[in-house]
Design a binder for this molecule. Sequence first.
Ligand code: 5GP
Length: 191
Amino acid sequence: MKRGLLIVFSGPSGVGKGTVLSKLMQMSDLDLVYSVSMTTRAPRQGEKDGINYFFVSEERFKEAIYDNELLEHAYFVDHYYGTPKAYVEKMRNEGHNVVLEIETVGSKQIMNAYKYDDRCISIFLTPPDMKELEARIRKRSTESEKTIEKRVLKATQELRETFRYKYVVCNEDVDDAVEKIADIIKENIAK
Ligand code: 5GP
């Protein structure tokens, strides 16, 4: 049996990663599993512990780093985020394709660690334009104006990192983006 793919999926806040991913996750032929990250940020309305994230204290997060429980981690707009290692390895060994929805600093760590793993691929989702993206960050955010501004600035910085990714897909139309990404995944499953 082939090892499952490790799929790094990034894109700036507000680009629609969640929507695109939830549609991809419904495609059973892709056999995708979502890696639930650990974070120190507070849950947003409707977010559930163990489903959207493992919401932990800073102390617990640092312990996870120290104990080498994380595949990568990063500090993003005032909070820590990281990928628990054990689940990713287990799922890949069982042949499932694991999606890491992570920002660019952590992605770089993964790309380095897995540079000789040809079953690790990276996909970056870009917005059609910056104004629209800013509006989406504002609309969605339950956070303060200062946090919103930081997220907008971060989005511009992250867009400069697209060159590191193997595939770049524009989210002009959600269904189109989903179809393109599904094709990329199928092509790599078959390799
Ligand atoms: P949010 O707070 O909006 O849920 O996530 C902020 C950013 O952190 C997003 O770009 C998201 O993809 C990223 N992120 C979520 N989980 C992880 C993780 O485990 N590691 C890293 N490096 N980034 C993550």
